[in-house]
Design a protein around this ligand. Sequence first.
Ligand code: XMP
Ligand code: MG
Length: 172
Amino acid sequence: MRLNEQPLLTAAQIEARIAEIAREISDRYAGRDPVLVAVLKGAAIFAADLMRRLTVPACLDFIRARSYAGTESQGRVRITFLPEHSLEGRHVIVVEDILDTGRTTSAVLDCIRQQNPASLVLCTLLDKPARRVVPVKADYTGFRIDNLFVVGYGLDYDERYRHFPDIRTLEE
Ligand code: XMP
Ligand code: MG
């Protein structure tokens, strides 16, 4: 695998887009206290930056779903870590790093729906619509990207590259 030195999305682009999304979310949830449920591990960095831009008193929780080995989807999704707090009656915002086939996110959304939240929306930093197998639509999307494997800003290739402040592509 070859890592492109040239970012697909620079740290400045990411920061500016997150500020826009945070304004939209803050407007929509004015007077409420939503719960951000970040999908571990990839969305941890996005959720941290998004949360700091919100002007509503949001709570933070986490869920973990596993489906990937290397760059290949195994097609199966296991929820291996659940939010600590009850989501019943809460306004839940699921925070994802990337929507790819949609399998992971749809399993996460199904799992959270079982807890009867008052409302449920999906906020993803990246969307690769060309790869969708399960129909999932995000309410907030940072960037739509082509069918490329990307790393950085929380996204990894076998646990590497999450620390990059920008997003870069990996090529065969
Ligand atoms: P699905 O296919 O279930 O996949 O929507 C979502 C999960 O797959 C991982 N994924 C990626 N990780 N670069 C990554 O570092 C990518 O381009 C990529 N595409 C999918 C990711 O964990 C995501 O939550
Ligand atoms: Mg992930």
